[in-house]
Ligand binder design. Structure first.
Ligand SMILES: [Zn+2]
Length: 535
């Protein structure tokens, strides 16, 4: 959920607005976006959304942000092509102004001048942005690594970054994702030998899953498929869409006749087939999991297949990836992931990459961004101990912090309210309270107590009813149900007449009585809903 606002003299620009995926603790939530309430005070002065690259964690929240503030969006052609599909889904394509830029393009706004500078990353057409302000130049690295030999596109534009360094850079905001890793991050090409060996040795089908945005990786795989005489079937909606977008914008070089459909793949010899599949994180609805569990309509993983997971495991996804691997083995396939061979390299720079960036830009202030808090602090510690920046000039700023900069000073001066907004599959917001209730229900179930009370006499008109779900097995628990009913009767009968005819009061008395009793008897805290029926 990377998102930052930059403000100067009454103008604000937003750099990136990304989304995140929920973990298991938010049932019914499909995506998470930043809480935008902090922009409320600056709404009228926001002049642009500036995008660094097309990854979901940098652009996924843009459609939701545009519903709040309709301002022009700037990014490279490819970044905007990825965004356009989202805008279409949200019905925003006609109302949004998109300005596509090339690296080294400069856009002059009121107080800011923004230049996009090409950087290497796992996706292509990625950029850092250099923002020239009246108090100095601020460089935001985007997500980057220093890859001298990327597969698609040029390497990181160190020349332009150094020119900024020559002129003087006030602050560098740098990607901390791999700040804990010593040395350099390897080139995208580093996976070629291991993948080549797989193509060399595989006698059956090759089933390869990677992130559908890993354009360099996909190009390598397509090149190997051509070289080893394998046709390629793309499986999974996001794989088809992303490859199509990348191909149409010449981010990929696809040989004619390489692709075949899933149904053609059924009739292709195993040793002449490569399945390139979405779902490397083991998402249960993904094409890869469907293949591995025989749920796909055309194809499945089978005896003799070589399954390659060419991606990192995003923290939190390990259990589903592990299940995916087990399913593949059970079906008789071989599985190769990055624990067995170098089939994945990171798209984020390690310490020596960061050092190259810092030495090129020579910032007065270094501000670690992107990554968990731990990584921001490790970035700071590494940078101070390695002497690349004066330790006093390294500022860690966390989510919500307001960093104030002038020619000679960088200080955290305030904190804005930031947080998460939950979104469901129909792109509607799900309130925190709703998610909390769902969690509560999923842990301890629900108990509904139904009583019929005469509104005049306040007497019970019939025996109370108790309905439960996810709490006890009712047929086996008649004793417990009987006790709950007697407790409700006792609570109503023991209440004063005024309490009994005030339904809000009697409902709360029933709820508390049940809650105390159930907690004592079972140690559990189901959701309790008393219902009073007026007779
Ligand atoms: Zn990225």
């Amino acid at each position: 959920m990377n998102m930052m606002a930059m403000r100067c003299g009454g103008e604000t620009i937003i750099i990136d607005a990304g989304m995140g995926f929920p973990e298991a603790d938010t049932p019914g939530v499909d995506i998470i976006i930043p809480d935008f309430s902090f922009i409320e005070d600056y709404r009228d002065e926001i002049s642009a959304i500036v995008l660094t690259h097309g990854h979901e964690d940098h652009i996924g929240a843009v459609p939701f942000l545009l519903k709040e503030i309709n301002v022009p969006v700037y990014g490279t052609h490819f970044t905007l092509a990825i965004l356009e599909r989202k805008l279409q889904e949200h019905g925003l394509i006609d109302s949004t102004v998109l300005h596509s830029v090339e690296p080294r393009d400069r856009v002059t706004l009121d107080r800011f001048e923004v230049e996009w500078i090409h950087v290497s990353h796992s996706l292509t057409s990625c950029t850092a942005v250099a923002v020239t302000t009246p108090v100095g130049v601020v460089i935001h690295s985007g997500d980057f690594k220093i890859d001298e030999t990327p597969v698609v596109g040029p390497p990181t534009d160190l020349e332009r970054l150094s020119e900024y360094g020559d002129q003087g850079v006030l602050a560098l905001l740098a990607d901390s994702t791999n700040a804990e890793r010593p040395g350099r991050t390897q080139s995208e090409r580093a996976v070629i030998p291991a993948l080549e060996k797989i193509f060399e040795e595989a006698e059956g089908r090759i089933v390869l899953s990677c992130f559908t945005s890993s354009v360099h990786r996909i190009q390598i795989v397509l090149d190997l498929a051509r070289e080893y005489g394998r046709r390629v079937a793309l499986l999974g909606r996001s794989m088809l869409r992303n490859v199509e977008t990348a191909d149409s914008l010449r981010q990929l070089d696809v040989p004619d006749g390489l692709f075949i459909s899933a149904s053609e793949a059924r009739n292709t010899d195993d040793d002449q087939l490569l399945l390139l599949v979405a779902g490397c994180q083991g998402d249960p609805m993904s094409a890869m999991t469907k293949l591995a569990t025989d749920q796909h309509k055309n194809l499945s993983v089978d005896e003799g297949d070589t399954v390659v997971l060419s991606a990192r495991q995003i923290p939190g996804n390990e259990p589903s990836i592990s299940r995916l691997i087990s399913h593949c083995y059970k079906r008789g396939a071989q599985v190769i992931d990055s624990s067995l061979a170098r089939v994945h390299v990171s798209g984020h720079g390690s310490q020596e990459d960061l050092k190259i960036l810092i030495e090129a830009t020579r910032p007065r202030f270094l501000v670690p961004i992107h990554g968990e808090h731990r990584q921001l602090y490790r970035h700071r510690d590494w940078a101070s101990s390695s002497g690349v920046v004066d330790p006093e000039n390294i500022v860690v700023f966390e989510n919500g912090d307001v960093l104030e900069l002038d020619e000679s000073r960088a200080e955290i001066t305030a904190k804005e309210v930031v947080g998460r907004t939950f979104i469901d599959a129909s792109y509607e917001e799900v309130e925190d309270l709703v998610v909390r209730d769902r969690k509560h229900l999923s842990y301890d179930g629900i108990v509904v107590a139904i009583v019929a009370i005469n509104p005049t006499s306040g007497e019970l008109e019939s025996e109370p009813e108790v309905v439960t779900r996810g709490f006890i097995h009712e047929e086996d628990s008649s004793e417990m149900l009987g006790e709950l009913k007697r407790l409700i009767e006792g609570t109503v009968n023991g209440a004063a007449h005024e309490e009994r005819i005030d339904y809000a009061v009697i409902k709360e008395k029933i709820r508390l009585a049940l809650k105390r009793f159930i907690q004592k008897a079972t140690g559990r805290r189901p959701m309790i809903i008393p219902v009073v029926v007026e007779v």
